[in-house]
Design a protein around this ligand. Structure first.
Ligand code: F6P
Length: 482
């Protein structure tokens, strides 16, 4: 297949705003008649950036998944520019260096990171391909915004090719403390790669501070609060920009009669218990799914909850299934769910309703509306948008959010029931406290969290970042022209 596009091939296209991300904002779908088409991917990033991209005739460079060669095409006023990966690159760049080296290293080494030199070589090669594509597409003096840990070398590579550009970088996952980051054999290259950007965004102030400290200690550049002074006169800013969701979109969806009706149906199908606990995650070992289900199982064992009055619905979306740690996790969760249901479940009353699947936004909104207690317990998470989606969908200002202290969202959602997911007894008592909270307490907390989420949506995030990037003095950007 050379193209699955619904629009015009546009190989010579030029754009004033270019997003560079590992994945394109569309997923390929096969219609019943076998024809290929594209569907917009779920997720806030696309929602936030599509309007600005459309208004500026912008372009999005990314991998379409798979190994097919696909020509650039246009969709809803946005130019989509696929970058091709071959099987070996999927294994070494995507599954390997991105998701078995950087992912665990940046998430507090929850799983041991693997360091392989050939994975690194592949990471360099693929990053160069993305940078070269961006250099072809961006017009003179325009803005390129690079996304996430898979592409940390792109800013520097792109600056070498095109010193006229304004370059932004945003890291969607945590940036680790010095002690962990320095394990990486290629730590210096990654820091220098990122320093190619004019503005580097992190989820939390702690992530930005970790980065600035590392640059001072390991690269030797002078720094002052969020500014880094490079020898060539350029100033790089590293700041926090907490990402968010299309809050109004979720709220509107949650209010539709169809979603309200479906939420009732879900509760009835679960046997109309008093307490519905809910977890929704990618099936990832950073998310603390095992810990929360174990805590729930122990509450049943201790008699603090019973299957007549409580059920745990866990949605686990399949993810990165060819990576060893993810396969192991799936088996462990399958076993735990089987054990808890086998011991405590009854006919018509399972303890855990476990769904290894992904669902459309409408079904997610209905689940959020059906749940009394939303349980978000990652060991480490850049932000965690599920927590924000739950809040946006609680239009009646009720429901309880149990949230890990180690999710970026905990900085903003201070009124959640905060918990340390490593502390099993603490987790159990927080689950109970949240489920037994008075309606008044729930409303007080939910109202404050809703205000935060509605006022700081993903549009606010994108506007703030792009606003600060456009304020970078052009002379500074051009100072590196040499
Ligand atoms: O930032 C985390 C992230 O890489 C997101 O960009 C992405 O939506 C999610 O994890 C899923 O990852 P993958 O692209 O590996 O399926």
């Amino acid at each position: 297949m050379t193209t699955a596009s619904s629009g015009q091939p546009a190989d010579d296209l030029q754009a004033d705003l270019v997003i560079v991300a590992n994945r394109l904002p569309v997923d390929r779908v096969t219609e019943p008649d076998g024809a290929q088409s594209w569907r917009t991917s779920p997720g806030g990033l696309v929602t936030a950036l599509e309007p600005v991209l459309r208004a500026s005739g912008g372009a999005w460079i990314g991998w379409a998944g798979g190994t097919d060669h696909i020509e650039p095409f246009e969709r809803d006023g946005v130019h989509l520019v696929p970058v091709q990966l071959d099987d070996q690159e999927i294994e070494e760049f995507y599954e390997g260096f991105s998701n078995a080296t950087l992912w665990p290293l940046y998430h507090d080494v929850v799983a041991p990171p693997q360091f392989h030199r050939e994975w690194w070589d592949s990471y360099v090669r693929v990053n160069r391909r993305f940078a070269e594509r961006a250099a072809q597409v961006a017009t003179e003096g325009s803005t390129v915004w690079v996304q996430d840990y898979q592409l940390q070398l792109v800013p520097q590579m792109l600056r070498e090719l095109r010193p006229d550009l304004r370059i932004g970088f945003y890291l969607h996952i945590p940036f680790p403390p010095t002690e962990l980051f320095v394990q990486l054999p290629w730590r210096r290259q990654i820091l220098e790669g990122l320093l190619g950007a004019d503005l580097i965004g992190f989820q939390t102030p702690g992530g930005a501070a970790n980065f600035v400290r590392l640059v001072r200690q390991r690269v030797g550049h002078r720094t002052k609060s969020s500014s880094i002074y490079l020898p060539d006169g350029r100033v790089v800013r590293a700041r926090s920009f907490p990402i968010s969701i299309d809050a109004a979109g979720f709220e509107e969806l949650a209010r539709t009669p169809g979603v309200e009706e479906r939420a009732k149906e879900i509760r009835e199908a679960l046997g109309s218990p008093e307490h519905v606990f809910l977890g929704i995650d990618r099936l990832d070992y950073t998310k603390g799914i095992y810990a929360r289900l174990r805590a729930f199982g122990e509450l049943l064992r201790d008699g603090d909850l019973t299957v007549e009055d409580a059920v745990f619905v866990q949605v686990a979306t399949p993810s990165r299934e060819r990576v060893e740690e993810y396969r192991r996790l799936r088996d462990e969760i399958d076993m735990l769910v089987g054990r808890i249901n086998g011991v405590y479940g009854e006919i018509g009353n399972p303890a855990i309703s476990y769904l290894h699947s992904s669902y459309p936004r409408e079904e997610m909104a209905a689940l959020y509306r059906a749940a009394d207690v939303m349980v978000v317990t990652p060991y480490r998470d850049g932000m965690n948008l599920v927590a924000k989606e739950y809040v946006a969908c609680r239009v009646e200002e009720d429901g309880a959010l149990v949230l890990s202290e180690f999710a970026g969202a905990a900085h903003e959602l201070r009124q959640a029931w905060l918990v340390n997911p490593h502390d099993m007894n603490g987790l159990k008592s927080v689950l109970l406290a949240a489920s037994r909270a008075t309606a008044r307490d729930q409303t007080r907390r939910m109202r404050a969290m809703r205000r935060q989420v509605m006022e700081h949506d993903v549009k606010h995030w994108a506007d703030t970042f792009l606003g600060q990037l456009s304020a970078v003095p052009v002379e500074e950007t051009a100072a590196s022209r040499g």
